[in-house]
Design a binder for this molecule. Structure first.
Ligand code: B3K
Ligand code: ZN
Length: 882
C-alpha cells in the first residue's frame, strides 16, 4: 500500500543490471499457510557494469530466514532487508552462488500474484513482477536463467506437482509427503516461472512436430471437468500445426501442459511449457459453453501457445517493450482465427473490439503510446493499446511488406534474437533488414499516442478522366504529447463503378505501395493521389480491411454509404458502410428525440437489410454482423460530447423495433431457415447460423409482440446448447415480461453448482436495460455463488454492469458510479489489479453531459482522497482525473 505518492519508472532510465543470474535452483516446500522456498542463484557480475560490490534483489511480502554466500551462512550485518527487497553487501568480485531461505503464505494471498492457494490448488502468477513475492530475485525480464524446481508437499493435499520444463525426478517421502523435480533447459526471465500443485484431473494427447519430436500434451483440470477439455486440446494441436506452417515455428520441449484454475486475474499466462489458464478459457461442453466461449478458447489457447516463440524464446528487455510480445502475439492469434474461421468476420470482430476498447483509451486521460515511456504500476499497462493497437501496428507492417517479405523479416527476427531479451527497435530493424523496406517513419506509431484522424476528399475529374483523392492526417494531442508528427499510414482503396463492381485502378506517379496496387501510403500531413482512366464518377471504398487504426472521415453521404453497404466487394468495408449508414440515421434520431422531432424509420436502410437477408451467397455470420446496429457505446463515441445515454438507448431501441416491424417476415424466415438440427458442433459455420438466428430473434422480440416473446420462451425451454439457451434468456431477461423471472429462476436452478455458467447468469442480469438493474446487482452480491475474491465473479457482475450497461451505469443520479467506486475500494484491499481494471470504467467520463460528469469527477476525487490506495488504483484514478 502507498505511503507517499509513488514515483513513475521511465524508459529513458533503463540500464542493464549490475549482475546476471544464469541458474536458479528452487526447493519449494508447500503447505497452505507456509510455503518455504530455498533458492540458490548462480550469480555473475555484468562485465559492462564493473566494480559493483553489493547485490540488490527484489522481494516482497517474504519472511527471510537465512542467507548463504558460496555455501557460507551470512550474519545479519552482511545483508539488509526492506519492504521491496534484499541487499547483500560485499559480494565477491567474480561469480558466486547465493542461497536464500524464505517463507510466504499462499492461503493469505488474495491478490493472486506470486504463489497463491485458491480452490484447493497452489498456483503461481509471476508476470509482471510476481516472482519477487515467491523468493528473492533480480525480477526483471532481461535476466534470463535456467530453472530447476523441486516441489515437496503432502501427497493427499497435492497429488500433482508441476513446474516448467521436463520432470526429471519424483518420489515418495516419509509422512505421506512426496516430491517432483522439474528442469527447464531454456533460459527464461522470472516472469515465465510457474508452479502448480493440487488435486487435478488430466486429459492427455500427443503432437508430432514437423521435425519429428513427440510432444506429450496435457490439460489439467479440477477432477470432474475432464469432459470439458476436448475443444481446447483440439485447438492446441491446430495452433501447433499452424505455427509450423505459417511462421515456421516448432515446439521445443517434450511436454506441453495447460492447467485450468478458477481464480485467475486475467485470461491466461504463457509460462514456459506450463500455461496457466482461467478455466473460463479452457472448459467447454455444448450444454455449458456458448459459441463465443468456444471461439475465445480457440483464440486464447493459440495466443498462449504462440508466446512460446514471441515472448518466451524471444522475450522483452524491459516492460516498456511489452507490445513486442503482446501486439505481435495478438496479431498471430488473429491470423490463426482468420485461417480457422472466416477472415472477414474476424476482421470485423477485431475492429469492433479496437473501437470499443482502444479508441476511447487513446482519446481519453489514460492515452499512452503502444510503447509507453513511463509507468507507476506496470500491471496497469496490459491495455487495449499495448495489445490491440500493438497488433494493428504489426498488421500495418504486414500490409506494407506483403506476406512474403513479412515472413522474411520475421525469420530474421527469430534467428537474430532467439534466446535473448529484445526491444521494439530490434524488431523493426529485423523486419526492415529482412524485407528491404524502410520502416523509419513507421516507427513513430510506437511512441506517438492517440488515434490519428484521416480526412479524405475525392473528386472525379470528367475532363481528365481522373479520380483525385486528397488525404490529410492529424493526430489530436494526448497527455504529455501536445504535438504530433505525421505517421506512415497504409490505406487500401478501391473504386466502385455504377454497377457496384470494382474498377481497375491505375495510380498516376509513384503513389502505390510496393506490395499491392491498391494500397497507398499516406506519409505527409497532406497528400494527393490520382487515378487515371476513370471514365465515370466512381464511389470510393477507402481504408478497405481497416488497413490502419485511424478515424476516417470523408465527403461521402448517406447515398454513398447505402451504395457501399449494398455492393462493396471488400467485406469489411461493406460492414463499415452499414455501420456508417445506421450511425447517420441513429445520430439524427438521437438529436430528433432531444428536440421533440419525429425520428426516421430508415426505410432505405431496411431495404438493403432485406436484400442482405435474402442473399444466399453471404455467410450467415457475416449477415448477422451486417444487421447488428452500432452499440450504444459506439454511438456515444460518435457523438463525442454532452452524451445523453437515455436518448441513445431510446433512439436505438426504437430504430430496432422499427426495423423489426418493417422486416418481421424476413427475420422470421431467417430464424426458421438457420436452424442447426442434429448434434451440436462448435464450428464457425454452425455457430454463424446460430448467431444469425439469434440476432433475428432479438429483432423480433424488439417489437414486443407476444408471439416473439413466446418464441424466445420456447427456444429457452427446448434449447440443447448453451448458445441458444443464453440467447433466448438474454431476450427474456432484458424485456419487461412475465416470462423474465421464471426463466432466470429456471436457469439458476439448473446451473447453480456450475461456477462458469453462473457467471453468465450474473452478467446477463447486470447488463439488463430495465430499471432496477442496480438494485438487482446489489442483491446478487449476496448470492452464495458470488465472491469479491474471485475475479471472474467480479467481472461478471460488477464489471459487466460498469462497462457493458451504459444506460444503467450512467444513471443520472450517479448511483451507478458510487456503487462501482465502493466496490473498487473494497477490492483494492483484496486484489489491486482487479480493482484498477474495474476503475477503467470511468475513463471516458468527460464525454458525458455536465451532471453526470460532475458525479463522476466527485466519485473519482473521493477515491483519490483515500489514504491507503494501491499503486494500481492510485495511478488509474489520478490519471483519469487528469
Ligand atoms: N502475458 C499474460 C498477461 C499477464 C498480465 C499481467 N498483469 C497473458 C497474455 O497476454 O498472454
Ligand atoms: Zn499475450
Amino acid at each position: 500500500m502507498r505511503t507517499e505518492d509513488p514515483r513513475p519508472i521511465a524508459l529513458k532510465d533503463y540500464s542493464e543490471p549490475d549482475f546476471w543470474i544464469d541458474e536458479v535452483h528452487l526447493d519449494v516446500d508447500l503447505a497452505p499457510e507456509t510455503a518455504q522456498v530455498r533458492s540458490t542463484l548462480a550469480v555473475r557480475p555484468n562485465a559492462s557494469r564493473p566494480g559493483k560490490d553489493s547485490l540488490r534483489l527484489d522481494g516482497e511480502g517474504l519472511e527471510l530466514l537465512e542467507v548463504h554466500l558460496n555455501g557460507e551462512k551470512l550474519g545479519p550485518n552482511r545483508y539488509q532487508e526492506d519492504e521491496s527487497g534484499l541487499t547483500i553487501m560485499e559480494v565477491p568480485a567474480g561469480a558466486f552462488t547465493l542461497t536464500t531461505v524464505s517463507r510466504c503464505n499462499p492461503a493469505a494471498n488474495t491478490a493472486l500474484t506470486g504463489l497463491y492457494l485458491a480452490g484447493g490448488i497452489f498456483c503461481t502468477q509471476c508476470e509482471a513482477e510476481g516472482f519477487r513475492r515467491i523468493t528473492y530475485m533480480l525480477d526483471r525480464p532481461d535476466v534470463m536463467a535456467v530453472y530447476r524446481t523441486r516441489i515437496t508437499a503432502e501427497k493427499a493435499l497435492a497429488p500433482v506437482l508441476l513446474a516448467n520444463g521436463n520432470c526429471v525426478e519424483s518420489g515418495v517421502l516419509e509422512d505421506g509427503r512426496h516430491f517432483a523435480e522439474w528442469h527447464d533447459p531454456y533460459p527464461k526471465p522470472s516472469y515465465l516461472f510457474a508452479l502448480v500443485a493440487g488435486d487435478l484431473g488430466c486429459v492427455r494427447d500427443a503432437f508430432t512436430t514437423a521435425s519429428g519430436r513427440e510432444v506429450d500434451l496435457r490439460i489439467y483440470v479440477e477432477p470432474g471437468n475432464e469432459d470439458r477439455c476436448a475443444y481446447a486440446m483440439d485447438a492446441l494441436k491446430r495452433a501447433m500445426a499452424w505455427d509450423e506452417k505459417v511462421f515456421g515455428r516448432e515446439y521445443d520441449l517434450d511436454i506441453f501442459m495447460i492447467v485450468a484454475v478458477s481464480a485467475f486475474n486475467m485470461g491466461a499466462m504463457e509460462n514456459k511449457g506450463l500455461n496457466i489458464f482461467n478455466d473460463k478459457y479452457i472448459l467447454a461442453r455444448p450444454d455449458t459453453a456458448t459459441d463465443l466461449d468456444f471461439a475465445n478458447i480457440e483464440a486464447i489457447v493459440a495466443h498462449e501457445y504462440f508466446h512460446n516463440w514471441t515472448g518466451n524464446r524471444i522475450t522483452c528487455r524491459d516492460w516498456f517493450q511489452l507490445c513486442l510480445k503482446e501486439g505481435l502475439t495478438v496479431f498471430r492469434d488473429q491470423e490463426f482465427t482468420a485461417d480457422m474461421r472466416s477472415r472477414a468476420v474476424k476482421r470485423i470482430a477485431d475492429v469492433r473490439m479496437l473501437r470499443t476498447h482502444q479508441f476511447p483509451e487513446d482519446g481519453g486521460p489514460l492515452a499512452h503510446p503502444v510503447r509507453p515511456d513511463a509507468y507507476i504500476e506496470i500491471n496497469n499497462f496490459y491495455t487495449a493499446t499495448v495489445y490491440e493497437k500493438g497488433a494493428e501496428l504489426v498488421r500495418m507492417i504486414y500490409t506494407l511488406l506483403g506476406a512474403e517479405k513479412f515472413r522474411k523479416g520475421m525469420d530474421l527476427y527469430f534467428t537474430r534474437h532467439d534466446g535473448r531479451a529484445a526491444t521494439v527497435e530490434d524488431f523493426l530493424e529485423a523486419l526492415s533488414d529482412g524485407s528491404g523496406v524502410d520502416l523509419s517513419q513507421f516507427k513513430r506509431w510506437y511512441h506517438q499516442a492517440g488515434t490519428p484522424e484521416v480526412m479524405a476528399s475525392g473528386k472525379w475529374d470528367g475532363a481528365q478522366q481522373e479520380y483525385v483523392l486528397q488525404l490529410s492526417q492529424v493526430c489530436p494531442p494526448t497527455p504529455g504529447q501536445p504535438h504530433k508528427e505525421p505517421l506512415h499510414i497504409p490505406i487500401e482503396i478501391g473504386l466502385l463503378g455504377e454497377d457496384g463492381a470494382d474498377l481497375p485502378l491505375s495510380p498516376i506517379g509513384g503513389t502505390a505501395a510496393a506490395s499491392g496496387a491498391h494500397v497507398i501510403s499516406l506519409t505527409k500531413r497532406e497528400q494527393t493521389f490520382r487515378f487515371k482512366n476513370v471514365t465515370a464518377k466512381p464511389v470510393p471504398s477507402l481504408l478497405r480491411g481497416f488497413t490502419a487504426p485511424v478515424k476516417l472521415s470523408s465527403n461521402l453521404g448517406e447515398r454513398e454509404w447505402a451504395f457501399l453497404m449494398a455492393h462493396d466487394s471488400d467485406p469489411f468495408n461493406r460492414w463499415e458502410a452499414a455501420q456508417k449508414y445506421a450511425s447517420m440515421i441513429l445520430t439524427g434520431n438521437i438529436a430528433a428525440l432531444s428536440n421533440g422531432k419525429i425520428p426516421r424509420a430508415g426505410t432505405g436502410f431496411a431495404g438493403i437489410v432485406r436484400k442482405i437477408l435474402n442473399d444466399p451467397g453471404l455467410e450467415p455470420e457475416f449477415v448477422a454482423q451486417m444487421i447488428v446496429l452500432p452499440a450504444e457505446q459506439t454511438l456515444a463515441q460518435a457523438i463525442g460530447q454532452d452524451v445523453d445515454v437515455e436518448a441513445i438507448h431510446s433512439a436505438r431501441e426504437a430504430f430496432r423495433a422499427s426495423l423489426a416491424e418493417q422486416l418481421y417476415a424476413e427475420f422470421e424466415r431467417a430464424y426458421n431457415e438457420n436452424e442447426t438440427p442434429g448434434t451440436y458442433s462448435p464450428d464457425a459455420e454452425a455457430a454463424g447460423k446460430r448467431s444469425l438466428r439469434n440476432t433475428c430473434l432479438g429483432y423480433m422480440a424488439a417489437t414486443g409482440r407476444a408471439d416473439a416473446i413466446a418464441l424466445a420462451k420456447n427456444q429457452f425451454d427446448t434449447a440443447d446448447n448453451m448458445t441458444d439457451s443464453m440467447a433466448a434468456l438474454g431476450v427474456l431477461a432484458h424485456t419487461d415480461c412475465p416470462e423474465r423471472e421464471e426463466a432466470l429462476r429456471a436457469f439458476h436452478d439448473r446451473w447453480k453448482d456450475d461456477h462458469l455458467v453462473m457467471d453468465k447468469w450474473f452478467a446477463l442480469q447486470a447488463t439488463s436495460p430495465l430499471p432496477g438493474t442496480l438494485s438487482r446487482v446489489r442483491e446478487l452480491m449476496a448470492h452464495p455463488a458470488f465472491s469479491l475474491r474471485n475475479p471472474n465473479k467480479v467481472r461478471a457482475l460488477i464489471g459487466s454492469f460498469a462497462t457493458a450497461n451504459q444506460l444503467r451505469f450512467h444513471e443520472s443520479g450517479g448511483e451507478g458510479y458510487r456503487f462501482v467506486a465502493e466496490q473498487v475500494l473494497a477490492l483494492d484491499k483484496i486484489n489491486p489489479q482487479v480493482a484498477a481494471r474495474l476503475l477503467g470504467a470511468f475513463k471516458s467520463w468527460r464525454q458525458f453531459e455536465p451532471v453526470r460528469q460532475a458525479h463522476m469527477r466527485e466519485t473519482l476525487e473521493r477515491i483519490v482522497s483515500q489514504a491507503e490506495l494501491s499503486r494500481d488504483v492510485y495511478e488509474i484514478a489520478t490519471k483519469t482525473l487528469g
